[in-house]
Design a protein around this ligand. Structure first.
Ligand SMILES: Cc1ncc(COP(=O)(O)O)c(C=O)c1O
Ligand SMILES: N[C@@H](CCCC[NH3+])C(=O)O
Length: 427
């Protein structure tokens, strides 16, 4: 089915269905019943969708290995699923490393990233015996040598290949002017390779690059693959990771390759450049997790300004989804209990924060007879929503639930007022 009422199927989690009354179900459970049980706002993740995306990414990549970029959604429950599906886990901090360990990811399948890793992060990674440590700077090489690492720690170097990915400037990472990695053009990458190869304490096994996030153009990857494959082979290294960043559809008119198509294309391109499947890695985050979740809100206020605009205010906002404010990202909105109703009015869907910029969807299509108390849902919020959320205006973070086969589990409970004050001293 291409449509679930007015909801385009490609924006919905894979188990989403619409019942005869127009109500959306996910994992066999009605969205309104879930909100009744777990409260609003609510993140609903579809476990089958997550597993299907992980399997598709791995299948497309053949013998290559898929690393889940956990920053997109680094919950412990997510780590458990990643462990069961056999993927690797990219951690970019001590917190993301601990989520992996708590979720049962084998340390050998953890890849530690970060452009400014602390001594504490480096020693925790070495102690845990993570599978790959991705070195990002000359200062980090100094730190590792000070720490007295042994050659048991496998090291990759993050290279900045000088590729301008076609995406938002804030999430572009492969160009020369970047805080990440060793630049290829000015000779830093070659100097770092020579230095780490000569080190008695470090064992260089591969290279890494990541050109940016929410990238749609295959051309950007094509250039990065060619440059990185050549550098890996000329340096005599065994492993190459070409990062993630595969774009996903957020809007009804956007259509993008599936995650399996992305990884399949990269596998072919890397092999065409002379690498063996066993040598290659990819690192998608968003493409695995984004469309697996929806956020459901409750409408609290409808403000109509004739001939100007209608504002529909919900009980969350930029604290549970900062992407529209940060990157001007677009989303769609739907009433999950009335998917057969025409969504015939254009309104601004806004949050409850003290900022005029706290807009979730600037021009949302919602029913013209929408009323206070109804539910509104934004799909494709599984990546960089909860993980980049905040407590701005002292809003407690929403609950996150995982649904599957008619069963729901809380994987992150809703914050309470006590949670909000737990760090404050009693003065
Ligand atoms: C090191 C690294 N690897 C992989 C990714 C992939 O994340 P995504 O596929 O969500 O863009 C990122 C973030 O963009 C990253 O910083
Ligand atoms: N947080 C960004 C992506 C950054 C990826 C991290 N390297 C986003 O939503 O879209």
């Amino acid at each position: 089915m291409d449509q679930l009422g007015v909801l385009p199927a490609h924006l919905a989690p894979c188990t989403a269905q619409v019942d005869t009354t127009g109500e959306l179900t996910i994992g066999g459970l009605s969205v309104s019943a879930l909100v009744e049980l777990y409260g609003s706002p609510l993140f609903i993740y579809d476990e089958e969708h997550l597993r299907a995306q992980m399997r598709a990414s791995a299948q497309g990549f053949g013998q290559g290995r898929v690393i889940y970029a956990s920053k997109a959604f680094p919950a412990v429950a997510m780590a458990r699923i990643v462990a069961q599906e056999g993927l690797f886990w990219d951690a970019a901090s001590l917190g993301e490393l601990h989520a992996a360990l708590r979720g049962g990811i084998e340390p050998a399948k953890i890849v530690l990233h970060g452009n400014n890793k602390s001594m504490e992060e480096l020693s925790a990674a070495i102690e845990a015996q993570v599978g790959r440590l991705v070195v990002d700077s000359f200062d980090e090489i100094d730190r590792l040598e000070q720490l007295g690492t042994s050659r048991a720690t496998r090291v990759w170097l993050r290279v900045t290949p000088g590729v301008e990915a076609h995406t938002h400037a804030y999430v572009r990472t492969g160009q020369q002017d970047s805080k990440f990695g060793f630049n290829l053009a000015n000779g830093d990458a070659h100097r770092a390779i020579a230095r780490v190869m000569a080190s008695p304490r470090l064992s260089l096994t591969g290279l890494h690059c990541h050109i940016g996030s929410q990238v749609f153009a295959l051309d950007s990857f094509r250039d990065a693959v060619a440059i990185m494959a050549e550098l890996t082979l000329e340096s005599g290294l065994d492993e190459l990771c070409v990062g993630g960043g595969f774009g996903v559809a957020y809007l009804r008119d956007e259509h993008v390759p599936s995650v399996g198509a992305w990884t399949g294309w990269l596998r072919e391109a890397l092999c065409a450049h002379g690498l063996q499947e066993e040598q290659i890695f990819v690192e998608p985050g968003r493409a695995i997790v984004a469309a697996s979740a929806v956020t459901v809100y409750t409408v609290g206020v409808i403000k109509r300004i004739p001939e100007v605009r209608t504002y529909v205010a919900v009980d969350g906002g930029m604290s549970d989804n900062p992407r529209p404010v940060l990157y001007g990202s677009g989303y769609e909105a739907f009433v999950p209990t009335r998917l057969f109703a025409p969504h015939d009015a254009t309104v601004a869907l806004v949050g409850k924060h003290c900022e005029s910029g706290d807009v979730l969807v600037r021009e949302a299509r919602l029913p013209s007879d929408l009323s206070v108390g109804e539910l509104v849902m934004t799909p494709v919020t599984g990546a960089y929503g909860y993980s980049m959320g905040s407590n701005y205006n002292r809003l407690p973070r929403p609950a996150v639930i995982l649904v599957r086969d008619g069963r729901a589990r809380i994987i992150v409970r809703r914050e309470t007022l006590d949670d909000l004050f737990r760090l404050e001293a009693d003065v």
